[in-house]
Design a protein around this ligand. Structure first.
Ligand SMILES: Cc1cc2nc3c(=O)[nH]c(=O)nc-3n(C[C@H](O)[C@H](O)[C@H](O)COP(=O)(O)OP(=O)(O)OC[C@H]3O[C@@H](n4cnc5c(N)ncnc54)[C@H](O)[C@@H]3O)c2cc1C
Length: 395
């Protein structure tokens, strides 16, 4: 078997992997980024919505080529669609910004890694990891059908939601059914939607999740749905929810579907351990998706940066003790927020349409300058204290 040697092997060239490779290579490390698919960014399995707020932190300059639409705010619709909460970008905590073209965005991020000197192999899945003396020391990679051995001082698992690297390395990132949201999305064309807003629909139209419409410009949009797995009788039922929603909305049902995407997101707190001797997990592999929004691109990029930088610090001592600096940074940043959002998500999933309609009616009439869980709960408490008893810990 051919043998290759690197300082860092990054498995998966999504946003998390490309950023990890970029920052590790910037610090002078010899980095290999491998991707199982023949083309980076394809097929797209994402609604492509991101905010602007985090981009400076990871040194990404917005580029026309990968921005399909600029978004001014978000609209959240009650189950009966009588109440709409309209949020400006600021009120949404800068959670809105762009609808991407991820085909180009992911390639752009990989090009940033290449510019720093990272090598990239396509059509090269990792098929197992090499473990010796309690340390991960590389992976067996099938490169164009031929198995090769890639030795590395540090492996970064950036292989997404279905991460096998975590399992191979013995890191427990297993999800409960209720913390998995199963998704289906149609790229639709010839539809009439307000193009500078993203649109979210909650309630029984998408139990434990929501319906989204993210405009792509030119009368096109990503129209998708996520439903909590424990609320589905069969996996196929998520399509029925999507089709029912489209059927009920005239501005959608006249349109045509030009692409179908399926996938899943995690909606869980940050796992206990995402590092071990010689290994770190980033992005979706580390379950860093926000449990309420289902957004994970920003967190993948930021965690990738952290991992690349800490790989450089620990390259001569890749022990779990050294790599724990990465885990601590991740926890400092997201542990509290994801725990709170997970808790709110759990509660919201159990509310009836009737209750949600009442909540939304109150919130849509309040003048809330910044939408936060606390601001919403305080507004509701004034009119329906009994509805928020369970949330009082968060006030
Ligand atoms: C339907 C849907 C809609 C979404 N919408 C949004 C949204 O609007 N906004 C948002 O912020 N987030 C969204 N997300 C989440 C977002 O897509 C992810 O959080 C983000 O892609 C995470 O990046 P990543 O680099 O961790 O993983 P990924 O982007 O999944 O990249 C992992 C890469 O690893 C590769 N890989 C896997 N196994 C191997 C292997 N063994 N060897 C080599 N390569 C391998 C894969 O091919 C892939 O390229 C959505 C997710 C879904 C499913």
């Amino acid at each position: 078997m051919k043998r290759y040697e690197y300082d860092v092997l990054v498995i998966g060239a999504g946003p998390g992997g490309s950023m990890a490779a970029r920052y590790a290579a910037r610090h002078g490390l010899k980095v290999l980024l491998i991707e199982k698919r023949p083309e980076i960014g394809v097929p797209v399995r994402c609604a492509e919505g991101i905010s602007r707020a985090w981009m400076d932190e990871v040194e990404i300059e917005p580029q026309e080529k990968w921005i399909d639409a600029e978004i001014d705010g978000a609209k959240i619709y009650s189950p009966d669609e009588k109440s709409v909460i309209k949020l400006s970008a600021e009120q949404a905590g800068n959670e809105v910004g762009f609808v991407l073209n991820r085909e180009y965005f992911d390639k752009y991020l990989a090009s940033l890694a290449a510019q720093e000197g990272a090598e990239i192999w396509l059509k090269s899945p990792a098929v197992e990891i090499i473990k010796e003396d309690g340390y991960v020391r590389g992976a067996i990679v099938r490169r164009f059908g031929e198995k090769v051995e890639v030795r590395a001082k540090i492996v970064i698992g950036a292989d997404g939601f279905e991460s096998q690297v975590a399992r191979w390395a013995g890191l427990n990132t297993v999800l409960r059914e209720r913390d998995i949201v199963s998704c289906i999305q149609y790229r639709m064309t010839n539809i009439d939607i307000e193009e500078n807003f993203t649109h979210f629909f909650i309630g029984s139209c998408a139990p434990g999740g929501y319906v989204w419409i993210f405009p792509k410009g030119r009368k096109e949009a990503n129209v998708g749905i996520g439903v909590a797995l424990n609320k589905l009788k069969s996996k196929g039922e998520v399509k029925k929810y999507m089709d029912d929603f489209i059927e009920k909305h005239e501005y959608l049902n006249k349109g045509s579907i030009i692409q179908i995407v399926t996938g899943a997101v995690s909606t869980c707190p940050v796992p206990k351990r995402i590092v071990d001797n010689g290994i770190m997990l980033v992005g979706d592999a580390a379950r860093l998706i926000d449990p309420i929004t289902g957004g994970g691109i920003a967190n993948a990029c930021i965690s990738g940066k952290y991992a690349g930088e800490i790989a450089a610090k620990c390259i001569n001592n890749p022990s779990k003790e050294c790599l724990e600096e990465y885990q601590n940074k991740v926890k400092e940043r997201w542990e509290k927020k994801h725990l709170r959002n997970w808790f709110v998500k759990e509660k919201l999933a159990e509310l009836s349409d009737d209750t949600l309609n009442k909540l939304m009616d109150v919130v849509s009439k309040e003048d809330i300058s910044e939408i936060s869980v606390r601001a919403i709960l305080e507004a509701v408490q004034k009119k329906y204290p009994e509805l928020i008893e369970e949330f009082e810990d968060l006030l």
